[in-house]
Ligand binder design. Structure first.
Ligand SMILES: [Zn+2]
Ligand SMILES: [Zn+2]
Ligand SMILES: [Zn+2]
Ligand SMILES: [Zn+2]
Length: 410
């Protein structure tokens, strides 16, 4: 699976495959890390190398003599790569949606097949019935035009933010796109803004969207390389602290998904203390970060630290957000999990865990409904917690009867 998100860079045959990243952060020949800006560029097409040796080798043996022109024509190495990855991602998305979109037409261009690209339709949002079918190219074109309009006419921060959402949120149902459609739109966005100067935050936002898209399509290795490149870029351009914390938070999630739990933990701890420093303990972001950090401790079986952090955070969340808030409920659920999964749990811990879960489930059901994923997750947790308690009670009762039978032997 580690290979799933990788690519044959710049169309080179596999024998010349040295670039493993979805964006080009390495020497095209020897894969030395160059970030987004270091290294020596081909003067014509901007393909990057660690130095002149690799560049010469690429020209003579790597096929660059043939590819340099088409890459230059496309607008440079990064643009060429983005265009290529975009087309691939659109095909994947249209194929995945083929069954769902059969017999439908695009709500933007009104056609079933796109007039120019011949791509099929997609739909991966909350739209149902006959609504929400579209071509990725049409969605992208719409987002690009709307955002450009806001930029050209200086419509202000609010309009810019709203219009930027069109890359990420369906304009009909107002829900985030997901899965391979989000990935295709991530590439669409990156290919649209890759040529912006690095100091332009639009380039960094586009890269951020690409990272999220790749995660959504389960290309986690690729997502990580994009997220890391983006974080490095944000630090270089002096992005606001809040944006950096969001970027670090995404990286932490990806580490976790890749099983790199220690790195995930360290990153989550940094994000948590960063948010506390920025906005104080009672801020929603700080509380969310505390929950993420504590959950990470829990997945590393560091029960005492996890429980201590939950105990510290839960009352703050109750005061700041209220009993019925989703995060407050999530914190209580995770705390209960920490209580009953701890191998050193006492009988009282197990009882407290079950009691907490039942209370939390009732509130969650009332606030979010029985079908909400949080409610169903807590229901599952109740069953596990019940089983743990029953098993322990059985052990205790055996011990008691054994002790009753042989009082003199103790
Ligand atoms: Zn090199
Ligand atoms: Zn070149
Ligand atoms: Zn269309
Ligand atoms: Zn929709």
């Amino acid at each position: 699976m580690a290979q799933a998100g990788r690519l044959v860079a710049l169309g080179l045959p596999p024998s010349n495959l040295t670039i493993h990243k979805m964006i080009l952060t390495q020497c095209a020949v020897c894969a030395t890390e160059l970030g987004l800006s270091l290294g020596k560029k081909c003067g014509r097409c901007s393909t990057r190398y660690c130095g002149p040796e690799c560049q010469v080798q690429h020209w003579k043996e790597g096929g660059h003599d043939q590819l340099c022109k088409p890459i230059k024509k496309a607008g440079g190495a990064e643009q060429y790569n983005a265009n290529k990855k975009y087309s691939e991602a659109v095909s994947v998305a249209a194929e995945k949606c083929a069954e769902d979109t059969k017999g439908q037409t695009c709500y933007i261009c009104t056609q079933a097949v796109h007039w120019k690209t011949k791509e099929g339709l997609v739909r991966m949002c909350a739209c149902r019935g006959t609504a929400g079918f579209a071509h990725v190219s049409c969605l992208a074109e719409q987002a690009k035009i709307l955002f450009a309009e806001a930029e050209e006419n200086n419509l202000g921060e609010k309009a810019l933010t709203e219009r930027w959402q069109r890359w990420d949120v369906c304009s009909l149902c107002e829900q985030h796109y997901h899965g391979v459609v989000k990935c295709a739109l991530g590439w669409a966005c990156w290919k649209t803004y890759v040529g912006r100067p690095e100091a332009d935050r639009v380039q960094s936002s586009a890269l951020g969207l690409l990272g999220v898209g790749l995660s959504n399509a389960k290309h986690h290795e690729a997502a990580l390389s994009v997220e890391e490149a983006n974080l490095a870029m944000m630090r270089r351009i002096g992005a606001p602290e809040y944006s950096i914390l969001v970027a670090q938070s995404n990286i932490a999630v990806t580490y976790g998904t890749l099983g790199r739990l220690e790195e995930a933990l360290q990153m989550k701890r940094d994000v948590y203390s960063g948010h506390v420093k920025l906005n104080g303990e009672g801020h929603l972001d700080s509380l969310g970060a505390a929950n993420n950090y504590a959950s990470s401790l829990l997945s590393l079986q560091r029960f005492e630290e996890a429980k201590a952090l939950f105990r510290k955070t839960m009352p703050v969340a109750r005061r700041a957000l209220g009993e019925d808030n989703k995060l407050t409920l999530t914190l209580r659920w995770c705390y209960a999990e920490a209580l009953y999964t701890d191998p050193d749990a006492t009988l009282d811990d197990l009882r407290e865990a079950l009691r907490t879960l039942k209370e939390t489930e009732r509130t969650t059901r009332r606030v979010l409904g029985g079908a909400h994923p949080l409610t169903t997750s807590i229901e599952r947790e109740i069953q596990n917690s019940q089983a743990a308690l029953a098993a322990r009670e059985a052990v205790e009762s055996i011990r008691e009867s054994v002790e009753a039978m042989t009082p003199g032997d103790v």
